[in-house]
Design a protein around this ligand. Structure first.
Ligand code: GLU
Length: 290
């Protein structure tokens, strides 16, 4: 685990890692500003990573929008933009390694199959997978013929990894507790890697020391910590910040009519003034619980 107190440290590497599935609004900008300022304050590096491996939701126009919005706001990143769509061989290699460790199994279930399994308890990401395919013998012919996901055998993974912890700047030392997620999907039927796998591998690959993101991803960190242990990756420090909320108390989203940064730009808003406002909001949310 990285053991470092905050302050001047040019080894700090933070990142903003948006999924290009829509235009950025203030909520995204909060995460970007906090990650950017953490690296800049330390004289470190701030990276931009585009998480574009969800083929159904990714749009090239949104990638261009992210780049344009950050540049307009004055948030400069270091080095080239990393696109997850260029990282598929690394995800495949990690999956092969976990498979060789006996920790993955192919899953042929549909969402409907899983929902129909009456016993499925609820976990942080909805129903916990009831384990229908866990005991199946590996059948390459069936795999060649039918779309399938790859799931982590959580019980085996936990037994192998043993007790783990990670550090969050607000929550302090957190004991990793990924078990409630059940056998998480690491490669989807329709995508070569699931979020948990891709984000963990790439934070390791890019040498990210400080993960800054919304508290909605706090629970996911339990899974990421486990994957780090299994794949021999270092554990960054985590900084989960409070979320901008819509009128219904839920995370700010398009449904709340949150104006996209692009709309503010088109309306003639001055970027420096907007950035100052977002920075003030970000400082509040970095300190705010929940
Ligand atoms: N790509 C994720 C999102 O846009 C964030 C990933 C992360 O910060 O870990 O929600």
């Amino acid at each position: 685990m990285v053991n470092r107190v905050s302050g001047q440290d040019d080894a700090v590497i933070s990142r903003f890692a948006p999924s290009p599935t829509g235009r950025l609004h203030r909520g995204h900008a909060v995460a970007a500003v906090l990650a950017h300022d953490r690296a800049r304050a330390a004289g470190g590096r701030f990276l931009l990573r585009i998480e574009d491996i969800d083929p159904g939701r990714t749009r090239e126009a949104f990638v261009e929008g992210i780049v344009a919005d950050l540049a307009w706001l004055g948030l400069a990143w270091d080095g080239p933009v990393l696109r997850q769509s260029t990282r598929l061989p690394a995800y495949r290699a990690a999956l092969a390694r976990l498979r060789a460790m006996g920790l993955l199994y192919a899953c042929f279930c549909s969402r409907a199959d899983i929902a129909a399994a009456a016993s499925a308890p609820h976990g942080p990401e909805g129903s916990v997978y009831p384990g229908t395919c866990r005991g199946l013998a590996d059948d390459p012919a069936r795999r060649a013929a039918a779309p399938h996901a790859w799931r982590l055998d959580m019980r085996r993974a936990l037994a192998l990894a043993g007790p783990l912890a990670w550090h969050d700047s607000r929550a302090g030392l957190v004991e990793a507790a990924p078990a409630p997620f059940g056998d998480v999907v690491l490669a989807r039927k329709d995508a070569p890697a699931a979020y948990h796998l891709a984000v963990t591998i790439d934070d390791g690959f890019q040498g990210v020391t400080d993960v800054v993101r919304g508290v909605d991803l706090f629970a996911a960190t339990h899974v990421h910590r486990l994957l780090q242990a299994l794949l021999g990756l270092p554990t960054p420090l985590y900084h989960h910040h409070g979320l901008m909320r819509g009128p219904d108390g839920r995370r700010l989203a398009k449904r709340d009519g949150a104006p996209a940064l692009a709309a503010l730009r088109a309306a003639g808003v001055a970027p420096a003034a907007l950035l100052a406002e977002i920075r003030a909001e970000a400082a509040r949310l970095a300190a705010a619980p929940g």
